[in-house]
Design a binder for this molecule. Structure first.
Ligand SMILES: [Fe+2]
Length: 421
């Protein structure tokens, strides 16, 4: 982020002495300055002031990750994955956002997983890349070394690589926390075309800095009712020789990780709610890039929000058939009036996989049916990748197995209906 923030106690000059309050005649003990910087000191960074030496560990062990194996989409078919079938209600109370994620799709650039969680997560950091966690339903508190967020339905929680944090769901029997987790092997940021040469969001962007929520920091152990001296395990996801090049390690700290008394800089987690995305519409059909909200290396994140649709007198509001020549297209259907497309098979919690090399578009009849429609009341999150995605164990478990036939007039199978994507 270009947007500079400063929170808590920091010295007037960087890289100079910053001490705890003096006790008697003796000067206070120094705080420990840590620079978190991207791209080898050549991109955004922040300076954090810790009570403890941030490198300290007293033990390390293997963290056995959930199944990270993937299976190629071969023979090539479009797919319908029913994420809401992944978790039994009885298991939710014991599932957390970090260790309970089930891998739906993945490649060398990005992994998409899903979790329904009722338990607090362990402390965690992703050493591989940034995470963008979309909150489909429910509420949670996300505590990070930069500060905390209260998050709820529609929030994108963007957490930079190596940020130590944890997820604490708000208990609910009826509306548990549902999280769609997009893990990059790179950084996740607003699209470059929406940024000025100095990094400010421009006037034609569908959102601006005012829409981004900042961490509520600083956040120390005693602020969350815990001891600063509490020995703590931190789970680290990092590169290695496991499936997908991903492995896990647990580091034990002899203190609580919430020990940052202040920080400043342009690198920090933030939250953006999908309802603050201002849709870009036109007289004729607008292409999917107008729906883009973030980008990472070799993938983009788009969202389709409730909006007025194309208003040319002869407009066709649903998209033309399209071959995503260079990408796989993954649509997560969050909300909307899918009753209007009964029989399609697509509904809340569905994911459609439209792979590169295969054209896709509206189901039979949907094009004619859309003429004259003035608005779409739907909400979907899309990830387009420029390398093929493979199916994770979660994706394989809830593949409906019939979607590929849904464009065949008169043939058995579910539909291929979605107004976008
Ligand atoms: Fe599409």
């Amino acid at each position: 982020m270009a947007h500079y923030l400063a929170m808590g106690s920091i010295p007037p000059k960087r890289h100079t002495q910053h001490r705890r309050p003096a006790s008697g005649e003796a000067p206070g003990e120094l705080y420990y300055e840590e620079l978190m910087g991207e791209e080898g000191f050549s991109s955004d960074s922040s300076l954090l002031y810790h009570r403890n030496i941030p490198s300290t560990t007293i033990a390390s062990a293997v963290w056995e990750l959930p199944d990270q194996s993937t299976t190629p989409n071969h023979p090539l078919v479009p797919r319908h994955l029913k994420l809401h079938d992944l978790f039994d209600a009885a298991a939710v109370a014991g599932t957390d956002v970090v260790t309970g994620r089930r891998l739906v799709l993945g490649n060398g650039d990005v992994r998409i997983s899903y979790v329904v969680a009722g338990a607090p997560s362990p402390w965690y950091r992703n050493g591989i890349g940034d995470e963008c966690v979309y909150v489909e339903r429910g509420r949670a508190r996300v505590e990070t070394v930069f500060g905390a967020f209260e998050v709820a339905e529609g929030d994108y929680v963007v957490i930079p690589r190596a940020t130590t944090h944890r997820w604490i769901p708000e208990p609910s029997d009826t509306d548990p926390l549902r999280a769609y987790c997009i893990e990059a092997n790179s950084h996740i940021a607003p699209p470059k075309r929406y940024l000025s040469k100095y990094g400010q969001l421009l006037e034609h962007a569908p959102y601006c800095e005012r829409d981004l929520r900042q961490p509520d920091g600083p956040l120390l152990a005693e602020h969350v009712g815990e001891s600063p001296d509490a020995q703590t395990d931190v789970l680290i996801k990092h590169r290695g020789n496991g499936p997908g090049g991903v492995v896990g390690t647990v580091h034990t700290l002899p203190f609580h990780p919430l020990d940052v008394v202040g920080w400043d800089g342009c690198l920090y987690p933030y939250v953006f709610n999908v309802r603050d995305f201002e849709p870009i519409t036109g007289r004729i059909h607008q292409p999917p890039p107008v729906h883009q909200v973030f980008e990472g290396w070799n993938f983009v994140i788009c969202n389709f929000v409730p909006r007025k649709v194309d208003y040319h007198p002869l407009a066709i509001p649903v998209p033309y058939y399209h071959s995503n020549v260079d990408s796989d297209e993954i649509m997560f259907y969050v909300d909307g009036d899918y009753e209007a497309r009964k029989g399609s098979g697509i509904g809340r919690g569905s994911v459609s996989v439209h792979p590169g090399g295969h054209p896709h578009g509206p189901q039979p009849g949907a094009t004619e049916g859309s003429i004259g429609v003035e608005g779409f009341d739907e909400l979907a999150v899309m990830v387009d990748t420029f390398r093929p995605l493979e199916l994770g164990e979660g994706g394989r478990a809830v593949d409906d197995g019939r979607y590929a036939m849904s464009w065949s007039r008169g043939a058995a199978g579910s539909g291929g209906a979605h107004s976008e994507g």
